[in-house]
Design a protein around this ligand. Structure first.
Ligand SMILES: *[C@@H]1O[C@H](CO)[C@@H](O)[C@H](O)[C@H]1NC(C)=O
Ligand SMILES: *[C@@H]1O[C@H](CO)[C@@H](O)[C@H](O)[C@H]1NC(C)=O
Ligand SMILES: [Zn+2]
Length: 297
């Protein structure tokens, strides 16, 4: 029986980026490795994979960013502004020329931006749409093959910012390899069956409890919640432990899934944890239409 599958354009250009945050070393080392191997072998690939160190100055200093968070600079307003001065604002425009322009026909077909997190989130894919069939098919493919994938840039943890844990680096390397395998299979005309994928959709971010006058943090994540990313949090469950010893509970009406629990880089973003709703997304069977010729200008 021949099932009809949705025909999508082949993915002719793919980017693997690391060091968007300069102290997230899994992606930094992975990009170093790929750049080294590329110099040695120069193998011809069926798909053009561009490897990019996104924020070299932050990587050099092993900090998240030097002046502004690069990962918040890819808005149309910043990308189109003239005369940027801060390093990351200038760098975001360079990356936009290299990988974009964002939203244009010349832009990369797929960007895999590698991050790590101090939260206990396993291997985690973050996409910005629940109808991006390519990303959801890649999630499905990884879920069936990688060791501990979670659906939904690629975040990996727990791993403190500034060091590398071998198991986590290997898991990221394996995931990137599987992603590129998927792209090659897709481009060769393979059909990918439809099905359902579990997706966690952000509902809201929760800040630390703060002193109303000084805005300083007055509680930490509760020990019962720490490391329980993607475990259902029910109304009334402990959420924070105040520095005076009081347990503060989750007051929402609906049970939700916490993630990015106690991510160290998010203290400055006023995020103690994020809450998500889990859904099953039905995805269609897909196949590349191999006759589409893309013209490059
Ligand atoms: C990211 O993970 C790597 C380990 O692979 C570690 O060296 C680095 O410190 C982590 N970065 C952050 C910011 O947690
Ligand atoms: C938050 O995470 C850090 C590691 O990144 C850890 O040292 C700290 O104990 C955690 N906080 C709580 C309240 O568990
Ligand atoms: Zn990051």
């Amino acid at each position: 029986m021949l099932l009809t599958s949705l025909m999508l354009p082949a993915l002719s250009r793919v980017a693997v980026c690391g060091g968007t945050h300069g102290n997230e070393l899994s992606g930094v080392y992975l990009v170093h490795e790929r750049l080294k191997r590329r110099k040695k072998s120069q193998v011809m690939e069926p798909v053009a994979v561009v490897t990019v160190m996104s924020n070299p100055r932050a990587v050099q200093r092993c900090v998240r960013y030097t002046e502004t968070d690069l990962n918040r600079c890819f808005t149309h307003a910043i990308l189109s502004a003239s005369e940027q001065t801060s390093y990351e604002l200038v760098r975001s425009q360079e990356l936009n020329s290299l990988l974009g322009p964002k939203g244009s026909a010349e832009a990369m077909d797929l960007i895999c931006d590698l991050h790590n997190t101090t939260a206990n989130m396993g291997l985690c894919l973050i996409t910005y749409s629940d109808s991006d069939w390519i990303c959801l098919h890649i999630c499905k493919y990884l879920q069936a093959r990688a060791q501990h994938p979670r659906t939904d840039a690629m975040e990996i943890g727990p791993q403190p910012h500034g060091l590398i844990r071998a198991n986590i680096f290997m898991a990221m390397q394996e995931a990137v390899q599987l992603l590129l395998d998927w792209v090659r299979l897709f481009n060769s005309g393979a059909q990918f069956e439809g099905g359902s994928v579990d997706v966690y959709t952000l509902v809201k971010n929760i800040d630390y409890p703060r002193d109303p006058h000084t805005h300083t943090i007055i509680a930490a994540v509760h020990p019962d919640l720490q490391d329980r990313d993607f475990c259902l949090l029910h109304p009334g469950d402990p959420m924070f432990l105040s520095f005076s010893g009081e347990t503060l509970r989750y007051k929402g009406k609906e049970p939700l899934y916490p993630f990015f629990i106690n991510e160290s880089a998010y203290y400055e973003k006023a995020v103690a944890l994020s809450l998500a709703r889990r859904r099953k997304v039905e995805i269609p069977a897909i196949r590349a239409c191999l006759h589409t010729v893309r013209t490059k200008t």
